[in-house]
Design a protein around this ligand. Structure first.
Ligand SMILES: *Cc1c(COP(=O)(O)O)cnc(C)c1O
Length: 388
C-alpha cells in the first residue's frame, strides 16, 4: 500500500483521494456539508472554514481529488466550466493579449468575443499548425495561450508539449481545456501547461446531473489569485453538487475505458459505412494528428464526429430517427448523445467561421456512452436506413 493516497494509481485515486471515511462518525461516504457558515470559538478562531463561498469541506475533498488526478498541487471547483474560464479571464491583467485555438467550445468563444473583448485582446489560430502559431505569436505578442485538445467538434489534436515550448520562448502562460479527455487519458500539467480547466459537467461527473467546472495548477501564485477571485466574485460550487461529482468521479477510470472501447468500434464501423463521407476520431489511423494523439494521450476518448453523405434535410431526418442516442447538447455522460453542431452547440459561432472550420450542415457529433455497443450500432443503422 502506498504511504499516501496521492501515490496510488489513477483507478485507486479516484476512489480514495478526498474519499477517506468521515473522522467524526466513520461514515464511508463523505458527508454533504450543507452549511453556509461555521461556528468560531472566539473571533477569528475556527477550523479552517468560515463561510461556504470561501471554503466548504465537501468541496475541499473534491478539490483534493482533482489536483491529484491531474498531477497538480491545487484545484479550485466552480459552479460551471464557463465560470472557471471567467476566473481565468479576471486573473489576466487588463489589456493583455490572449491567443486561442480556432475551434474553441462555442460558449468559451462567445464569452471571449462578446464579453471579455472589452478587457483583453483576443486572436485565434489553428494551434495544430506550429508554424502558423509561431508566426501569429511574433505578430500578436500574446501573454496567454488558451487551447483545447482535442477540439470541439473537429477533434483536432494540438501538440501540447510543442506549444508549451513556444509559450516559454515567448513568455506566455498556457491553459489547456482538458474536458474532452479527462485526466484519465491526458495530463496537460505533465506536458508543461500552467493551468488545466474542465467542464466537470462532462466526463468528470459523467452522469449528466451536475453543471460544474474546475481549475488545476501547481503554481501557488496563480492558485492564490484564482481563489481570491472566486471568493470575491462568487461562483463557488454548492456542497451538494460537489458531493455528486465526488460520487461520479469514483468511476471515472472505468467509465473512460468503456467510452473508448465503444467509440473505437463505432468509429471503425462508421468509417466503412457507405452513407458516411468521413469520420473524425483521433484513434483512427486516418486522423491527421493520430500520431500526436498516440504520443501525448493514453487513450482517444469517446467523442466521434462524422460527415453524413447528404444535406441539412437528411441530417435532420437522421437525427430524429435515433432512439438510444439522445438528441441533446453536452457530452461525457454514461448515456449516448448525438447532436448537430451547426444548429445546436456551435450556433453561437458565426456561420462564416463555422464553415471555415469545416462545421458543415452534414456534420454530426456523437458522445458515445457506455451502453452495449451492438445496441448503439443497431440504433445508428436504423437512422442510416431512414435516409437512404
Ligand atoms: C461544456 C464545455 C465547457 C463549458 O462548461 P459548462 O460546464 O457548460 O459551463 C467548456 N469547455 C468545453 C470543452 C466544454 O465541452
Amino acid at each position: 500500500m502506498a504511504k499516501n493516497t496521492k501515490d496510488l494509481h489513477f483507478s485507486s485515486k479516484v476512489i480514495h483521494v478526498g474519499g477517506e471515511p468521515d473522522k467524526e462518525t466513520g461514515a464511508i461516504m463523505p458527508p454533504i456539508y450543507q452549511t453556509s457558515t461555521y461556528v468560531q470559538s472566539s473571533p477569528g478562531v475556527h477550523k479552517g472554514y468560515e463561510y461556504s463561498r470561501s471554503h466548504n469541506p465537501t468541496r475541499s475533498r473534491l478539490e483534493e481529488c482533482l489536483a491529484s488526478l491531474e498531477n497538480g498541487k491545487y484545484a479550485l471547483v466552480t459552479s460551471s466550466g464557463l465560470s472557471a474560464a471567467m476566473l481565468v479571464m479576471h486573473m489576466i491583467g487588463a489589456g493583455e493579449k490572449v491567443l486561442c485555438g480556432d475551434d474553441l467550445y462555442g460558449g468559451t468563444y462567445r464569452k471571449f468575443t462578446t464579453i471579455f473583448h472589452e478587457l483583453h485582446d483576443f486572436d485565434f489560430v489553428d494551434m495544430t499548425d506550429l508554424k502558423a502559431l509561431e508566426a501569429k505569436m511574433k505578430e500578436f505578442k500574446p501573454n496567454f495561450l488558451w487551447l483545447e485538445s482535442p477540439t470541439n467538434p473537429m477533434l483536432k489534436i494540438t501538440d501540447i508539449k510543442a506549444v508549451v515550448k513556444l509559450a516559454k520562448k515567448y513568455k506566455c502562460t498556457t491553459l489547456v481545456d482538458n474536458t474532452f479527455l479527462s485526466p484519465y487519458f491526458q495530463k496537460p500539467l505533465d506536458l508543461g501547461a500552467d493551468i488545466v480547466l474542465h467542464s466537470m459537467t462532462k466526463y468528470i461527473n459523467g452522469h449528466s446531473d451536475v453543471v460544474g467546472g474546475c481549475l488545476i495548477t501547481s503554481s501557488k501564485k496563480m492558485y492564490d489569485k484564482l481563489w481570491y477571485l472566486q471568493n470575491s466574485i462568487g461562483p463557488s460550487q454548492s456542497p451538494f453538487d460537489s458531493w455528486l461529482v465526488l460520487r461520479g468521479i469514483k468511476t471515472l477510470a472505468i467509465r473512460m475505458k468503456a467510452h473508448q472501447e465503444n467509440a473505437k468500434k463505432i468509429a471503425a464501423w462508421l468509417e466503412k459505412h457507405p452513407q458516411v463521407d468521413s469520420v473524425i476520431y483521433p484513434g483512427l489511423k486516418s486522423h491527421p494528428q493520430h500520431k500526436i494523439a498516440k504520443k501525448q494521450q493514453s487513450g482517444f476518448g469517446g467523442m466521434i464526429t462524422f460527415f453524413l453523405k447528404g444535406n441539412l434535410a437528411k441530417s435532420k431526418k437522421f437525427l430524429s430517427k435515433v432512439k438510444l442516442f439522445a438528441l441533446a447538447e453536452s457530452l461525457g455522460g454514461v448515456e449516448s448523445l448525438i447532436e448537430h453542431p451547426a444548429i445546436m452547440t456551435h450556433a453561437s459561432v458565426p456561420k462564416a467561421n463555422r464553415e471555415a472550420l469545416g462545421i458543415h450542415d452534414n456534420l454530426i457529433r456523437l458522445s458515445v456512452g457506455i451502453e452495449d455497443v451492438d445496441d448503439l450500432i443497431a440504433d445508428l443503422e436504423v437512422a442510416f436506413k431512414s435516409v437512404k
